[in-house]
Design a protein around this ligand. Structure first.
Ligand SMILES: [Zn+2]
Length: 874
């Protein structure tokens, strides 16, 4: 019976591209393999089943190859499927080499280019379900690949001759397993279809598409290497789901704003693919397909980064169900949210609206199949033009780099934190950028350039990416009506790598012949260590200016070595040792190599202790409060701590409320999380409580008892670091219960004035803002006097006179003007002189509040020290 249903379903799917009847079946069909039809109500397969399915298809069919491409943060293997004609799959290495030439060789002779294009295929890469609760694209993939493997339809066979379809069937295997396990756990209960508690990734959950500039996560790097370094596909699509009650499906083109750095040809091609999808899907009966809707394209942090590297990059989004549980959507409940559509009615961006009713996972599977087959047809029909376009982009970007400003970005070798310079060079290399260094001193105009300065020339194929991530951002302001409202950004508005890392850089506007003659490649991995100054039984000194010094200090502590910290600036034997530097003693044997391997900057070495006034450092016992509400900011904190060898324990808000739970810590961390989620396990907006979508065991807050515990923890000598919305926990009247009859009441000496300045017209959608730092304070050791913080300034502090056993210092404050460093901000002057970071003492302990995330998305190395210093406060 199931089999018959499956065939009916199949026929419906191929209405416009009738695949001929399958006579000799190759490989097991999805329903035979899984025991249910993928997409059927309340059924999901998991990651291991998915891979097993494709493994048997790979073994049975000459039209599929499955290749292992890396592993996830939790150790699962990641795979790439290549689907094409047997002839093409037999020559993959050959085509790969042609792809590389077309993508990167701007000097190909026309005749050679033409002959390469004549034989090459379009490589179309699809990455599925990076957001693991958006299960549809991955659940559709077995049907899609099975049908391609078995098709006898001449038109589709022609597609497989012209196209190599590359599919990452699951972009986030760790998350997929978690989400499917969670669905199965609650299936058949009252909580069926609930959200998965926590983040569906080792660290960062939904933020995994915010990581493609900085490449911090293992799985991000695996995906990015497919297009940056290995295969050079010409077309890429990432497949997602969106909310349940809006349009049914989004296809390109995107909405405004778009990045001024990306060539217009990329978007023109996205129109071609998107319009064909909209047409083909509507013809196949898929209603509610919208273009030009909601999603903009000015920000390079998702897999759309490929567009800055000359690929035709796209996004599709299907309306969601609850896991695999269907939803009934009343017609009058369908609402469009955002740019491009004003109402759910027949209009040019959505000529065939959806009428409402049941919406099932099988609908998403059906839409995904039509979308994918359309992409294949467009790629096939335009094979030659797409390949020509790829090499034309390579040539024109190199040419723009020679004729347009800037011609170079220069990163001087002398930097406050040279380890971050090394990290940037290595990141750019991994992004496929050619990075060079100067081999002699020279003068250009009034500028002195030094031997070893890093030079990034713009005359290279990935020019638009280089420009995008190296310059400071100016938000592309667009309006649909003259004088109308500005189109708002979807995400952050600043991502300048030098600014985020606290590095000096400048531009040279024109090509300089003398410079060109004196450039040489950098060795990768890039390091600034020339002579490593190690002898037995000495004292290594790691400067507080370098982030990697903190990493070494924490690692040395975990390995059991003695670590000391200097308290004052000092010059010893002609070398400067800034306050807060680390002295590590007694490293020997294999541990020397262990520490050395993680360094890119030479430490100082002395046979005697260079600062006998330095104080011993102990590894702090750290508790990190993470809610179950997809707490990505806490996840990024865990990630950063793991990178820096900082041990911690995760505390859930509900734990704090338990009588038996003791705060055996030195430092408690409250990342950016809503105060009501932390206190009550509920979301509250405008005075209204909203139901969460989690089972009750995950919606417990810390309550008044938990907060009591935290306040007593501070008063008795603990340190609390709190940033973003969690700072609201500590605002207002506080009470510590001293006995049954006696309470101590107090206020921490600060208030959040952000509402006041917003009402006065301040608006900042997450930009890089300048703050001045208090010098010579343990929280600012190792920092430059001025720092850039990425923030929307929703927590802007004013301090007041402290009373009784309290004290306070403003650690970081906004200047009076020139506050915006990069991005977009209205009425920035309203921030002038307010505090962005405050230290407070209460009793014997410390409370440090930050109006920004000091570890924001693992992308702000320029301010990490403001967090690390907080961990080491006494
Ligand atoms: Zn998504």
């Amino acid at each position: 019976m199931k089999h018959i249903l499956f065939l009916l379903f199949f026929c419906q799917c191929f209405l416009i591209t009738p695949f001929h009847a399958v006579h000799a079946q190759t490989g097991k069909s999805p329903i035979e393999f899984f025991g249910f039809e993928p997409g059927s109500d309340r059924n999901l397969f998991d990651y291991d089943q998915l891979i097993s399915y494709f493994r048997q298809l790979d073994e049975a069919s000459e039209r599929v190859q499955m290749r292992e491409i890396g592993s996830t943060p939790l150790g699962k293997k990641m795979y790439l499927l290549l689907v094409s004609s047997p002839h093409n799959l037999g020559k993959l290495d050959h085509y790969k080499e042609i792809n590389r030439k077309l993508a990167l060789d701007s000097k190909l002779r026309d005749s050679e280019r033409d002959s390469l294009i004549a034989e090459d295929k379009v490589f179309l890469l699809a990455t599925l379900s990076m957001h693991s609760n958006e299960v549809g694209p991955t659940q559709a993939s077995p049907q899609i690949i099975y049908s391609l493997v078995n098709t006898t339809d001449p038109a589709m066979l022609n597609c497989l001759d012209n196209v190599v379809f590359m599919v990452v069937p699951c972009h986030n295997p760790d998350g997929m397993q978690m989400v499917v396990d969670n669905y199965r756990k609650y299936k058949g209960t009252v909580y069926e279809g609930c959200s998965m508690p926590g983040v569906y990734h080792k660290y960062i959950g939904h933020d995994n598409n915010r990581d493609f500039v900085t490449l911090t996560q293992k799985d991000t790097r695996v995906i990015a290497s497919i297009y940056n370094q290995d295969w050079f596909p010409q077309v890429m699509v990432e497949k997602h789901q969106m909310g349940s009650t809006g349009v049914r499906y989004f296809v390109p083109p995107m909405n405004d704003p778009i990045s001024p750095n990306v060539d217009e040809g990329i978007w023109n091609w996205s129109w071609v693919f998107g319009s064909a999808m909209a047409r083909d899907m509507a013809t196949a009966g898929c209603s509610g397909v919208a273009q030009h809707y909601l999603f903009d394209d000015y920000w390079p942090g998702s897999t759309a980064t490929a567009e800055w590297k000359n690929m035709i990059g796209m996004l599709t989004e299907a309306a969601s169900v609850n896991g695999a549980t269907p939803l009934y959507i009343e017609k009058n409940k369908i609402k469009v949210i955002g740019k491009g559509l004003g109402e759910n009615k027949k209009s040019i961006n959505m000529p065939l609206p959806w009428e409402g009713g049941w919406w099932r996972l099988s609908d998403i599977v059906r839409y995904e199949m039509q979308s994918t087959f359309s992409l294949l047809r467009t790629a096939s029909a335009n094979r030659e033009q797409i390949l020509q376009f790829r090499n034309k982009m390579c040539r024109s970007e190199v040419s723009k780099g020679k004729t347009l400003s800037p011609a170079y970005f220069v990163l001087p070798l002398q930097q406050h934190d040279p380890g971050e310079l090394a990290a940037l060079v290595n990141l750019l290399h991994e992004q496929g950028v050619n990075v060079l260094r100067l081999r002699t001193d020279m003068v250009w105009n009034d500028k002195i350039l030094h031997t070893g300065d890093i030079i990034v020339p713009l005359a290279q194929p990935y020019r638009s990416f280089i420009k995008e991530v190296m310059e400071k951002q100016a938000y592309p302001e667009r309006h649909y009506m003259p004088g109308g409202e500005m189109i708002k950004p979807y995400d952050i508005t600043s991502w300048s790598l030098p600014l985020n890392k606290g590095l000096q850089s400048y531009e040279i506007p024109v090509v300089v012949d003398e410079l060109e003659k004196n450039l040489e490649p950098v060795a990768v991995p890039f390091s600034l260590i020339t002579v490593f100054p190690y002898h037995e039984d000495g004292f290594w000194v790691f400067s507080s200016t370098n982030n990697e010094s903190y990493k070494t200090a924490f690692r040395s502590l975990s390995l059991g070595f003695s670590v000391f910290r200097t308290k004052d600036d000092k010059v010893y034997k002609g070398k400067s040792i800034p306050a807060g530097s680390f002295i590590v003693k007694g490293v020997s044997g294999k541990n020397v190599q262990l520490l050395k391997d993680s360094l890119t900057v030479e430490p100082l070495w002395y046979s005697e202790n260079p600062d006998t006034a330095s104080v011993p450092v102990l590894m702090p016992r750290i508790g990190l409060v993470e809610s179950w509400f997809s707490d990505m900011d806490a996840g990024w904190t865990r990630f950063l701590f793991d990178q820096y060898h900082i041990p911690f324990k995760v505390i859930r808000p509900g734990d704090l409320a338990k009588k038996t739970f003791e705060l055996n810590f030195d430092v408690l961390i409250f990342p950016d999380e809503n105060k009501n989620v932390l206190m009550e396990g509920k979301i509250k907006r405008d005075g209204e409580y909203y139901m969460s979508n989690y089972p009750p065991e995950f919606t417990k807050g810390m309550g008044k008892d938990g907060l009591q515990k935290v306040l007593k923890f501070i008063s008795s000598g603990g340190t609390v670091l709190s940033w973003g919305e969690s700072t609201g926990l500590f605002e207002g009247l506080m009470t510590i219960k001293l006995s049954e009859t006696e309470n101590e009441e107090f206020r921490f000496p600060f208030t959040n004035v952000s509402e006041k300045i917003s009402k006065a017209g301040f608006n900042c959608p997450s930009s890089l803002l300048k703050i001045n730092l208090l010098p010579n304070h343990p929280l600012t050791w190792g920092m430059q006097p001025v720092a850039g913080i990425l923030t929307e300034a929703s927590q802007v502090f004013q301090t007041s006179l402290p009373s009784f056993d309290m004290d306070r210092r403003v650690i970081g404050s906004y200047p009076e003007d020139h506050i915006l460093l990069s991005g977009y901000c209205e009425k920035e002057e309203l921030l002038g002189n307010y505090a962005a970071m405050v230290w407070m003492r209460k009793g014997k302990g410390n409370l440090v509040i930050y109006g920004f995330s000091p570890q924001f998305r693992g992308s702000m190395p320029g301010i990490y020290k403001l967090l690390f210093n907080g961990l080491l406060m006494k």
